[in-house]
Design a protein around this ligand. Structure first.
Ligand code: ADP
Ligand code: MG
Length: 214
């Protein structure tokens, strides 16, 4: 049995064509099903539906042989025990620093001000500001980062941006690029050795499907 860990939403939608290329069709739609383990058309392949941030953990410990995770999530996780053979070029977005419209981020930085930054991405943020020589106090949040500058919790946020629509709706603006993000295939290192006959064809199918697509 080969187990693939996926998260619902954007990543799942963009993974369906890749699965199809590997001859894998989920038996149910995870958006409407409450099941956490989904069968597929293939008796030897099942899907487990987990939180996006938990995908690397399931694969690291071998509870799933393969998984698809955002590079944002992989940077925070650290990638321990994971083989990362493929950038699938799906769920593309950017990790950005954003502030309230009118807040002069660059002036504050130039003055050497100590900034409060709210983010889910503390590891990536810490590395970014250290590299830039910006003094920050990081505040860990688990969601709705956009709210933090609006209610005085933080001067800035580090969050994912694709269209910028959420920032705009909340009178925020992106001021600095941190990292380009897309989703990657992650593979448990032991699974790659012990289940190679089952795992390698899936990696190969994903590779050619994502290469054909982009
Ligand atoms: P959660 O709500 O569990 O935090 P999301 O569905 O918001 O998860 O995000 C899951 C993954 O999808 C992220 O880790 C990221 O890689 C990707 N992602 C998030 N936001 C965007 C976006 N705006 N555009 C493209 N990909 C995104
Ligand atoms: Mg989200």
């Amino acid at each position: 049995m080969i187990t693939i860990a996926l998260s619902k939403g954007r990543i799942f939608e963009e993974t369906v064509p890749l699965l199809a290329a590997a001859g894998i069709v989920p038996s149910e739609d995870p958006e409407s099903s409450r099941k956490l383990i989904l069968a597929t058309n293939r008796e030897d392949v099942r899907l487990v539906i987990v939180r996006a941030t938990d995908v690397p953990t399931y694969v690291q410990y071998g509870a799933a042989d393969l998984g698809i995770a955002g590079y944002d999530v992989l940077l925070e996780h650290g990638g321990v025990g994971l083989y990362q053979p493929l950038d699938l070029a799906i769920a593309k977005c950017r990790l950005m620093v954003a502030v309230r419209e009118g807040f002069d981020y660059f002036a504050a930085v130039k003055q050497g001000a100590r900034l409060r930054v709210a983010t889910k991405y503390v590891e990536s943020a810490r590395e970014h500001f250290a590299k830039k020589g910006v003094h920050v106090d990081l505040i860990k949040l688990y969601g709705s980062m956009e709210l933090a500058p609006l209610v005085g919790l933080a001067d800035a946020i580090v969050d994912l941006v694709s269209t910028g629509g959420t920032l705009l709706a909340n009178q925020l603006e992106a001021v600095e690029h941190v990292q380009d993000v897309s989703s990657r295939l992650v593979v448990n290192q032991a699974s790659l050795k012990l289940k190679r006959a089952g795992v390698q064809p899936i990696i190969d199918a994903f590779a050619s499907a994502s290469a054909h697509h982009h």
